[in-house]
Design a protein around this ligand. Structure first.
Ligand code: ZN
Length: 138
């Protein structure tokens, strides 16, 4: 897409700190990092979200995420890596080109709020009904 910032990054029209590239995937440093090494993996082909991305691109991104996980552990000393991926403005997707965040973290750092929500037991009847709604369409 002509007005997509991530498509422009893939084409080299906007500079980025490239971490990895292959025929389907481009990975680069997030310039608003949550932690040292915060990286984005995107498909080269424009797709807005999980509903639009080609299955082969999705699989390629997750293969690369495994390599990135190992790289973050060995090169940065990360003790853990959070993978965060938002679909839609309701969950704060800002750039409307599919992207997977990889956020490395060390044990000595504070916990990421996105991975440390308070555990509150839910209503089992409501959980059952919701699970059945999902299962019915899968
Ligand atoms: Zn795009």
């Amino acid at each position: 897409m002509d007005d997509c910032i991530f498509c422009k990054i893939v084409k080299g029209e906007i500079p980025s700190f490239k971490v990895y590239e292959d025929d389907r995937v481009y990975a680069f440093a997030d310039i608003n990092p949550v932690s040292e090494g915060h990286t984005l993996i995107i498909p080269k082909a424009h797709a807005e979200n999980l509903g639009e991305i080609a299955e082969a691109d999705l699989m390629a991104i997750h293969r690369v995420s495994q390599k990135m996980y190992q790289a973050m552990r060995s090169a940065l000393g990360a003790d853990g890596v959070a993978l965060v991926q938002a679909n839609g403005k309701a969950v704060n997707q800002v750039v409307m080109h599919y992207h997977l965040h990889l956020i490395p973290r060390k044990n000595s750092e504070s916990r990421l709020s996105v991975t440390s929500w308070e555990l509150v037991p839910g209503d089992m009847d409501a959980i059952k009904v919701t699970s059945e709604k999902l299962a019915a369409v899968l």
